[in-house]
Design a protein around this ligand. Structure first.
Ligand code: AMP
Ligand code: MG
Length: 348
């Protein structure tokens, strides 16, 4: 995720290179570019937007950040008061009525779990917590502790009732972790909020989970740089994409990992084994919406290129780039994407 933050930085740098104010096209007022930054979900969210005046930009960005903050409050697994954590406290009990946002993101999570054969699994909370501790103590989780945590993992143990809008966690001790999908979901919701406020040429980057609407004036798309696997901060992106009305997420272990006994374990875990990934990989996924791009990028890290690309090719409008220490693999659709400065026609 932090690796992806670099992706965000590369992107801002290229976006800044664009004109600050542009003459209006026929019937469109001259638009100025505005940038806003706030920290939410433990990451910096950046908003880049084009609109006619500062008052509109401020009002729209405030509404977008408020939407992200509200999602953070509901979905955080760090805040014991969040709606998500209060739901987890009732694991093993009867169904619990939840908000539309929590229900929707769990429904999306469940769908991607099923499609990825459990490679993406929002019930990994108990296992992720053991690896967070391992990062602090530099000691591997005890096998019995890991086995107990693993017994609580599996989306089949989450019962969603769309009609009643309830969630039931079947086993006591289950813990949901939406870290693999929430930032992409929030970036998408921020773009939707900006549109409602009349701003439809914008980019929202929650660290490496980026969603864009219409392109900057006079451009075919937003230029998004993909950082190389071993990128020192601010290094040249290995590839640049031109995107409009699309989402792009990058997942990998570039910065969040623990090295124990010479082995490097990622913060992304394989839900089947409970072990942090040890293959060095970074996956960039383009999709039509932020939650899908985010969750698929996490899933693809677990699946690897062969199974991952199959999942991507089966997802309408999605494309992926896998970068591993020794090789890069692109899905067929990724090969077809316009790459800057080659002129556009993006939009999946
Ligand atoms: P991302 O940076 O989007 O790939 O998300 C990584 C975060 O998702 C981790 O820090 C965990 O909180 C959570 N996570 C780890 N492994 C998985 C997994 N296999 N499925 C779903 N979420 C995961
Ligand atoms: Mg993700």
């Amino acid at each position: 995720m932090r690796h992806a933050a670099r992706l965000g930085r590369a992107l801002v740098a290229t976006a800044i290179a664009m004109a600050l104010a542009t003459p209006g096209h026929a019937g469109e007022p001259a638009l100025s570019r505005f940038t806003f930054r706030e920290t939410h979900m433990g990451s910096e969210f950046k908003l880049l937007l084009y609109c006619p005046d500062e008052a509109t930009a401020r009002r729209a960005s405030r509404a977008a950040f408020d939407r992200i903050a509200a999602l953070d409050k509901a979905l955080s697994d760090y805040d014991p008061e969040s709606e998500l954590m209060r739901l987890c406290e009732r694991a093993g009990g009867p169904p619990v009525a939840v908000s539309v946002d929590l229900f929707n993101i769990l429904e999306r999570s469940g769908a991607i779990s099923a499609r990825s054969e459990g490679a993406f699994d929002a019930t990994v909370g108990p296992v992720v917590r053991l690896w967070r501790r391992a990062r602090r103590t530099r000691q591997l989780p005890e096998p019995e502790t890991l086995a107990k945590a693993l017994a609580l993992v599996g989306f089949a143990q989450v019962k969603l009732d769309a009609k009643a809008q309830t969630v039931q966690l079947l086993k006591p001790g289950m813990k949901l972790d939406l870290g693999g999908i929430a930032k992409g979901f929030a970036s998408g919701e921020a773009i939707a909020t900006l549109k409602r406020e009349g701003v439809d040429r914008a980019l929202v980057a929650g660290a490496g989970d980026i969603v864009v609407s219409g392109p900057p004036p006079g451009a075919e798309g937003w230029t998004v740089g993909i950082a190389p696997l071993e990128a020192p901060g601010g290094s040249e992106p290995s590839k640049r994409l031109l995107l409009r009305d699309a989402a792009v997420s990058t997942s990998g272990d570039a910065e969040r990992f623990v090295e124990i006994g010479g082995v490097r374990y990622s913060h992304i875990v394989n839900p089947k084994t409970g072990v942090g990934l040890v293959d060095r990989v970074s996956v960039t996924v383009i999709a039509r919406d932020g939650a899908t791009a985010d969750a698929l990028a996490t899933a693809c890290c677990v699946l690897g290129p062969r199974r991952g690309i199959k999942l991507i090719d089966d997802t309408e409008g999605a494309a992926a780039l896998f970068v591993r220490a020794s090789e890069t693999t692109e899905s067929a659709r990724f090969k077809d994407l316009p790459v800057s400065p080659v002129p556009p026609q993006v939009a999946p």
